[in-house]
Ligand binder design. Structure first.
Ligand code: PMP
Length: 340
């Protein structure tokens, strides 16, 4: 327990938590890296720090400059937090479909939030492309410069996991780790962890878990990018090979429906006190699938990405769940039966 110089130094070194039910069910040790315990409350704080430090080292931005990126929210929250600590402004472009909770947090932190319609990547008005254009135009006028963080294609993102998350997991498990699996947004976490862990243990089993509507399960099983269905998960579900996914090979691939991930999320909250967003639920669902494929006795690590409170109005809202055709867990409709 040391004193950190500033909020940037408080990023990382998160606990690894044993997931009780998943471990019991599989006879494996399933561990979740508690990334929601970062200061910006998500796995994306690490990427945000590395993206900004990389641009500073390359002279693309300095104090007084503006950080710009397109994000589903978490990277934006990380970038704004880092920017505030370094005296930089932040412009965040977000698809309007993302939760109110993430947008409110971004505004509260002081980001200039640009909400745009959600359109596919091939459309020139996709949020990431709009962010690139805003950065280019600001770079001409801003005294401290303006950087396009470019989290999807800038490999400083995956370097965060090669240099920090991966070595932390190796050290925390004393090298006793047999598998790693997670879902993909930019791919920085999965590709970075795969590289860091394979460098230390060449036969470690790496898995990807994809929600409906994403194209990577198909890519890693048939070689073709193809998507089917849709998902209420946010921050994950990729349709292309981003710069951060380049060169990644996986040993296992799974596709998991939202109801299965939701049930895991509700169980983690109710039985283990872990309040998490749905990408954590799908990650644990993937870890259970990987454990079953590998057999009992193995240690498998996944990522607990962000808190459920970031999605309270959806994932933990009976009306939303009913409207989407998902089961509503009893604890969400529990009546208060205390007389005072
Ligand atoms: N879960 C959540 C909640 C996220 O916001 C993100 C990032 N968009 C991810 C998972 C995926 O992480 P990565 O971008 O490293 O693939």
């Amino acid at each position: 327990m040391t004193i950190r110089d500033n909020v940037l130094d408080a990023i990382g070194n998160t606990p690894l938590i044993k997931l009780q039910r998943a471990s019991e069910e599989t006879g494996c040790t399933i561990l979740g890296k508690a990334e929601w315990m970062n200061p910006g409350q998500s796995v994306k704080d690490r990427a945000a720090k590395f993206l900004v430090m990389d641009a500073m080292e390359k002279g693309r931005i300095a104090k007084g400059g503006t950080i710009v990126d397109g994000t589903a929210g978490n990277t934006g929250i990380g970038l704004t937090m880092v920017g505030n600590a370094l005296g930089m402004e932040t412009v965040i472009v977000i698809p309007e479909t993302q939760t109110k909770e993430k947008k409110d947090t971004l505004r509260m932190l002081g980001a200039q939030l640009v909400e745009v319609p959600a359109v596919p990547y091939r459309n020139p008005n996709n949020y990431v492309k709009i962010a690139g254009r805003i950065a280019e135009s600001l770079a001409k006028t801003k005294p401290g410069g303006a950087m396009f963080a470019d989290q999807f294609d800038n490999q400083a993102n995956r370097r965060a996991h090669i240099e920090t998350t991966g070595p932390e997991v190796w050290e925390q498990t004393g090298g006793k780790v047999d598998g790693f699996i997670c879902a993909v947004g930019t791919g920085g976490t999965l590709a970075g962890m795969a590289q860091a862990l394979r460098e230390r243990k060449s036969d470690i089993q790496i898995g990807i878990v994809d929600p409906p509507g994403a194209a990577l399960y198909s890519y890693f099983t048939t070689g073709e990018l193809a998507a089917e269905g849709s998902s209420i998960t946010e921050g994950i579900g990729q349709g292309r090979i981003t710069g951060n996914l380049e060169g990644l090979e996986v040993d296992h691939a799974f596709r998991v429906e939202d109801q299965e991930s939701l049930d895991i999320n509700f169980g983690l909250l109710e039985e283990e006190g872990l309040n998490l967003g749905l990408s954590s639920g799908i990650n644990v669902a993937g870890a259970i699938r990987l454990a079953k494929e590998m057999g009992p006795g193995h240690t498998i690590v996944t990522i607990l990405c962000d808190p459920g409170t970031r999605y309270q109005s959806r994932l933990f809202n009976p009306e939303f769940l009913r409207e989407k055709g998902f089961r509503v867990p009893d604890f969400l409709t529990r009546k208060v039966d205390i007389d005072v």
